[in-house]
Every structure is written in C-alpha cells, then in structure tokens.
Design a protein around this ligand. Structure first.
Ligand code: ADP
Length: 372
C-alpha cells in the first residue's frame, strides 16, 4: 500500500467527539480513492490529516512505508510532497496560467520549468494557454489549471477536496470523468473528497463511505451498492427500502420470504443461521423491483420523480409496506394507480431487524458476509 491509514483518530480541541474515529484504509500507488458522506462526517478532517495539516490524536498514517503521522510524530506538510486542489481553486488572478502552473516549481531552471508547465497543461487539455489570465477562462478550465498546478511538482499523492462544488451540476460528472483520465495519464495516486455519489462513482477506484467520524466501508462502487456493509451505506448509496423478511432452508435451497413473496434463484444470501429464527430486514433496491402488468402482486403509486430516462416510483403494497422502483419513463402511470410488480433480486442483502442506520460496522463482520 502506498498510503496506509491505521486506526486514525483526530480530535479538535474542545470537541465532544472525535471528528475522525478509528479510521483504517489503504490506497495502492496509482489508485484513486474517494471519501464520501454527509456534511460533517469527517472527510475534510481526514484529508487534512493526510496532508499534515491536522495532528493525529490516535493511530497512524504512513506513506511509502514511512510513518508521517502518529501521536508524537508529525512530518510537516511541506515535507510530505503532497499536491492539493480545493473547491475555491484559488488561482492567483494577477498571474497568467503559465506562472500559476509554474508556481510550485520555481526552483527549476527556466527552460525546464517552461517545459514542465507545457507538459502538464497538455495533460489537462489546455495546451498553449500559458499567457491567458484566470478571468479569461471558464470555471471548468480554471479548475483544470488548478489541477495542472498541483501536478507540476510531481507530488507523491494528490488530495482533492470537493474540487467541482463551485461548478454547474451538469459539468461536474463530465469533469469527474475527465479528471479521472488526467490522473490516470499522470500515474497519480489521489484521495478525493466529495458528497456527490455520481462524482464518486465516476472518479474512484475505491470509495469510502463515512458517517459521524467512522468509515463504514472502503470498497469498489459495485460492492458498495450490492454488498453494503451497514444500513447506513445501504441507505446512502442508491435508492431502496428495508423490508422485514425471513430466511429459511427448504428443499436444500435458501428461500427468503419478503412482502413481495418468496425470493429464490439469487447469487448471494446469508444462511438462515445468520439471524435468530432467520428473521431479518432485507434491502430491496429500486432496480430489484420490476414493473410487470402480469405480476400477481400489485402496489399503489404514492410518489413519482422524473429522472429523464426513467421514473423513480415510491409504491405501497396492500399490506402497507413501501417500496421503490425504477420504471422506464414511457410507462407513465399516475399517482394513486395500482401497478403489477415483482422482485428480481440477484444479491440478497440483509441486516439485523430494526438496527439503527448510524451503527458503524462491527470489525468482525467487515468484509466477511455469510455466503450460501
Ligand atoms: P466534512 O468534510 O465531512 O463535512 P469535517 O471534517 O469538516 O466534515 O468535520 C468533521 C467534524 O469536525 C464536524 O463535526 C465539524 O464540526 C468538526 N470540525 C471541523 N473542523 C473543525 C475545527 N477546526 N475545529 C473544531 N471542530 C471542527
């Protein structure tokens, strides 16, 4: 692991609880990690600790095998060879693009510096714009100049804190894809903070979901969505509901009895023995529920939200259970209408019945769900 964070805790003076509480994660050289979570969950504090701008109250941070932060050990930020890009990209308005980008490599001989500036500007797709001033560029271009400036000194690690939050929503996802391409082309190792899921999925190789100072899961996007480690992750990533269910063995096969009937033929599911009496809550994602006029189970549309190619319907079964489903938007049903639905579940994700969303994962259960 290039970056390794072990049981890190950060406490602010006077803070009642730790802003970062026992967080462990690892990032391989060349990978892009993303921290995502609601405002105040500790993302920025963790990033600042990696940068060397906050001291560790407990645990440690190592880069390339060297401990840079631990109680009593603190490598100063300027020695860590870390590049940073923040949301208010703070280009120097009175310096042209070339001087902005060359700012961190002033020690290089002039010709070499000009060459490196041209190189990183080409990397971010702004070749030849050395003589422009920041106010002559669009927000997206300015952000790419900030990225070029951070990359110019060849940092060992790049930290990006909500770099797109001042930009239009439409631009953000596209820029996230572009920035991913740029970071990969530069061979950079990066840690990125955002509260936007689309951005996280567009940019990250590994994504960490944080809540109240705890890291609930550090995994790829597929696993976060299909195998969430906690209720919080299940609710934070994607749309879905929890429904009471019972897992049982019948005819040597695992069955899951849900308000939508008996689920079978799935790829993964805990064994009934994982829960007392097999009783649990099952996660039903909006894309696990399929609209089917011929289905015997009917549900009433409570709410609908237009999402372009599809609607997100919130439904209620006759038994009172609520569900969500994505339906192609040419199937335009009215609120109050009853439609046929069935479940098509590949991964059965379950949690202990009635658990709170904020409970961090028990260390023993992390990464080792019971499989059939
Ligand atoms: P996020 O980036 O996820 O929004 P932060 O890392 O900024 O979260 O904040 C985590 C917690 O630490 C919050 O409760 C916040 O109020 C607190 N906090 C952040 N910065 C400071 C500070 N300089 N002094 C005291 N408390 C802080």
């Amino acid at each position: 692991m290039f970056l390794s964070v072990n049981q890190l805790s950060i406490r602010y003076p006077g803070g009642a609880t730790a802003a970062v509480d026992g967080v462990s994660l690892g990032l391989q050289a060349g990978d892009i990690g993303v921290l995502i979570g609601p405002s105040g969950c500790g993302k920025t504090t963790l990033l600042r600790a990696v940068a060397g701008l906050e001291q560790a109250s407990g645990g440690s941070i190592a880069m390339a095998g060297e401990t840079v932060s631990a109680p009593g050990t603190h490598m100063p930020a300027e020695q860590r060879r870390i590049g940073m890009v923040f949301q208010d990209y703070a280009l120097f308005p009175h310096l042209d693009v070339g001087r902005n980008v060359g700012f961190g490599i002033a020690q290089l001989p002039k010709a070499e510096r000009a060459e490196r500036v041209a190189e990183v500007l080409a990397l971010v797709g702004l070749q030849g714009l050395e003589n422009r001033y920041p106010h002559e560029l669009s927000g997206g271009q300015q952000q790419r100049v900030a990225l070029a400036r951070a990359l110019a000194p060849r940092p060992r690690l790049l930290l990006l804190d909500e770099p797109f939050s001042n930009l239009d929503v439409d631009l953000r996802e596209r820029l996230a894809h572009e920035v991913r391409g740029i970071l990969k082309a530069a061979g950079a190792t990066a840690l990125f903070v955002t509260h936007d899921q689309l951005e996280a999925f567009a940019i990250g190789d590994v994504i960490g979901v944080m809540h109240q100072g705890h890291l609930h899961q550090w995994d790829n996007a597929y696993a976060l969505y299909h195998r969430p480690a906690t209720r919080f992750v299940a609710e934070f990533i994607g749309h879905g509901v929890f429904a009471p269910a019972r897992i049982r063995l019948a005819d040597n096969d695992v069955h899951v009895l849900t308000p939508l009937g008996d689920l079978q033929d799935f790829e993964e599911c805990p064994l009934p023995s994982a829960y007392e009496g097999g009783l649990c809550d099952v996660l039903l994602r909006a894309d696990d529920i399929v609209h089917d006029d011929a289905a015997p189970v009917k549900a009433q549309i409570l709410r609908k939200a237009f999402r372009g190619s599809e609607f997100l319907y919130t439904l209620r079964l006759a038994s009172g259970e609520e569900l969500m489903t994505h339906v192609p938007s040419h199937h335009n049903h009215a609120v109050g209408e009853w439609i046929g639905i069935r479940a098509e579940v590949d991964h059965v994700v379950t949690f202990a019945r009635g658990g709170g969303p904020g409970a961090p994962p028990a260390p023993a259960s992390q990464g080792a769900p019971a499989k059939r």
